[in-house]
Design a protein around this ligand. Structure first.
Ligand SMILES: [Fe+2]
Length: 236
């Protein structure tokens, strides 16, 4: 996986600024001093750092990680990880995290008065195949309030993290669902300067991914760089 090239103005417009005041907590989080380069020897790891456990089993099926089934609308989210020339990137670690169907995260800091689901953690991971493809079975997340401004609600979204072949290659972004009425009111999505780039974060309903009697399918491809790059929150 490669970084986005800063010399490509088209690519630059597809990315949000590091600091965006309308997204209030981002102002405190964003760096104000020059970035510190990661030591060169950390770039040169020969393989992704996946932790001690192998990926498999229920890692990519978030509906089977507990004794019972989670509540909500079952969905399939699948797509390909591609470079700027449309070439697939195999063996990329794709991690996701999300709120449950009621818009509540399984996290100590989430005090939104919506129910937790004892059968849903909201975290998954997969590795892309030779065609660059990933696939998750999960529950459609709910919108949630976030106190950024009066009556602030996040559009339903799934957080994505991608790892290539070194620690320095991590990319983080969010995937949205089609036609969400909250798009225009979301400073995080609106922080992306280019309207077409905003739309590249929106998945597409796909009947061919949909499984009869089971789950709706949403397709979302991730392009790592270039003029048609997916917008990312953090760039290595
Ligand atoms: Fe979120």
């Amino acid at each position: 996986m490669s970084i986005i090239r800063p010399d490509d103005p088209g690519a630059a417009r597809s990315q949000p600024p590091i600091s965006y005041p309308a997204y209030q907590s981002n102002v405190l989080r964003s760096p104000r001093r020059p970035l510190i380069r990661i030591p060169a020897n950390m770039k040169d790891l020969a393989a992704p750092v996946y932790g001690e456990l192998r990926i498999g089993g229920t890692d990519s099926d978030l509906t089977r990680q507990h004794a019972g089934e989670p509540l909500g609308e079952r969905i399939i989210v699948s797509g390909r990880v591609l470079d700027e020339d449309g070439r697939p990137l195999a063996n990329t670690l794709v991690e996701i995290w999300q709120a449950n169907a009621a818009g509540r995260y399984f996290h100590a800091n989430d005090d939104h008065p919506a129910p937790l689901d004892p059968n849903f953690t909201g975290a998954g991971r997969a590795v892309t195949d030779a065609d660059g493809r990933y696939r998750f079975l999960t529950i459609k997340p709910g919108a949630y309030p976030w106190r950024n401004h009066p009556n602030a609600w996040r559009p339903a979204h799934i957080h994505f993290s991608l790892f290539g072949h070194s620690l320095e290659s991590r990319l983080i972004t969010q995937m949205y669902f089609p036609n969400d009425p909250l798009f225009a009111h979301d400073p995080i999505l609106q922080s992306i300067p280019d309207a077409d780039a905003q739309q590249r974060l929106v998945s597409a309903f796909d009947l061919s991914l949909t499984e009869a009697e089971w789950a709706l399918g949403y397709r979302w491809d991730i392009v790592l760089r270039g003029r048609h790059s997916t917008p990312f929150e953090e760039r290595a």
